[in-house]
Unconditional design. Structure first.
Length: 131
């Protein structure tokens, strides 16, 4: 399975900003962050399946992609921030009164998702970098 064959319908939906998958800001944020993780894992698995396993920690995946020039340092930092907020929400520590602030996080997640999809997935063929 190649990263270039990832479903296009998700990208189309996100580009139209129709991310009301769960009808609430938390749901939209979580959906975007989980999709970003899925795409990052798919790309890393295609590039180096011997080093990156399906159950590798996401930190290992993003570090690998950054070190090999497939994810920008800025993208890596954005991912770490998004992942931290995701973990706080999933653990039930994100206060409901702050849900309105998730709009900014959704915009950041959408921006990173677009960057990843445009720069990495839409390339005609993702080639492995030599060590």
């Amino acid at each position: 399975r190649q990263a270039t064959n990832l479903p296009h319908d998700n990208l189309t939906m996100l580009r139209k900003k129709k991310v009301q998958l769960m009808g609430v800001e938390r749901g939209n944020f979580l959906a975007l962050v989980f999709e970003i993780e899925r795409v990052l894992r798919a790309i890393a698995l295609e590039l180096n399946p011997s080093e990156i396993e399906q159950n590798s920690p996401i930190s290992q995946v993003t570090t690998y992609l950054t070190q090999n020039g497939y994810l920008t340092a800025s993208g890596h930092e954005q991912w770490k921030a998004l992942n931290e907020v995701r973990n706080i929400i999933v653990q039930g520590r994100y206060p409901t009164e702050n849900d309105a602030a998730l709009t900014d996080w959704i915009e950041l997640a959408y921006s990173l998702y677009s960057e990843i999809y445009d720069d990495l997935v839409n390339k005609p063929k993702v080639s492995k970098k030599k060590k």
